[in-house]
Design a binder for this molecule. Sequence first.
Ligand SMILES: NC(=O)c1ccc[n+]([C@@H]2O[C@H](COP(=O)([O-])OP(=O)(O)OC[C@H]3O[C@@H](n4cnc5c(N)ncnc54)[C@H](OP(=O)(O)O)[C@@H]3O)[C@@H](O)[C@H]2O)c1
Length: 262
Amino acid sequence: MKTIGFIGTGNMGGALAKAAFRSHKADAILLANRTRTKAEKLAEIVNGTVVDNKEVARKADYIFLGIEPQGVEELLEEIMPVLDQRKDRYVIVSMMAGNPLAKLEKHFGKVPIIRITPNMPTAVGSGVSLYVTNDQVTKEENEYFYQLMEPSGLVEESDEATMAHAGGVKGCGPAFAAMFVEALADGAVAVGLPREKAYRYAAQMLKGTAEMLLETGEHPGVLKDSVCSPGGSTIQGVRMLEQSGFRAAVINAVIATFEKKF
Ligand SMILES: NC(=O)c1ccc[n+]([C@@H]2O[C@H](COP(=O)([O-])OP(=O)(O)OC[C@H]3O[C@@H](n4cnc5c(N)ncnc54)[C@H](OP(=O)(O)O)[C@@H]3O)[C@@H](O)[C@H]2O)c1
């Protein structure tokens, strides 16, 4: 019997709680949030029980931390006395940005710790989440955690360097992709397409293109070339994007996110 607890049930905590619910691997889900009504709404969806932070710390086998990183010191003051009393095994799961395993071990001590970096589309089961474990996590705990998170989308065990290198693409990428959809739609509106249709068609196009790339495993250039018929309109659009520095802008955006210091 595994009890899965969440402290902080905002966008990401809520998304991972939904994944845990859909996995059918959680025997009980405990939810604690500063604003209780948020946890109450989520509890209806995931068949969870609303409790306080200390109760999650006391009872959960896996304790997910979905609060903002700047709130961790205050939370530690509240829950460490409870965790220190526990004689049974528990796993800390942190989704807090900018908190590597070494820092989490300073906070929680040498207990089993998993660090996961979900992204926004996790909320609709199409996320990309990388995770790392410290040396206290057993193979069984690792496997169980993977199964628990699998309904959130692509879930991969990783290392912290890869997590850092992937952040711009998978973590910040949804913002860039949404800007691309917005810009495509603006262009379509400029030539006469109603805005609601323009957003819907652009988003579906992005989804379909992503699905094709994932399914075929082909180089993105192959797909681009196959859309550009000789003398056609697509290659004229490609010419304009290249002239406007589209690729350089995207490459520089990803590098800028990597170089941002906290
Ligand atoms: N958003 C992303 O794309 C993303 C991606 C990867 C990782 N993360 C990480 O995920 C974490 C959550 O991000 P988010 O986007 O989900 O933020 P969010 O929607 O603001 O959620 C944070 C939640 O934590 C609650 N909270 C804050 N302090 C608390 C405390 N002491 N006890 C109980 N609950 C508390 C907040 O309650 P209230 O309802 O009162 O505000 C809020 O519901 C952050 O650490 C972030 O770095 C986010």
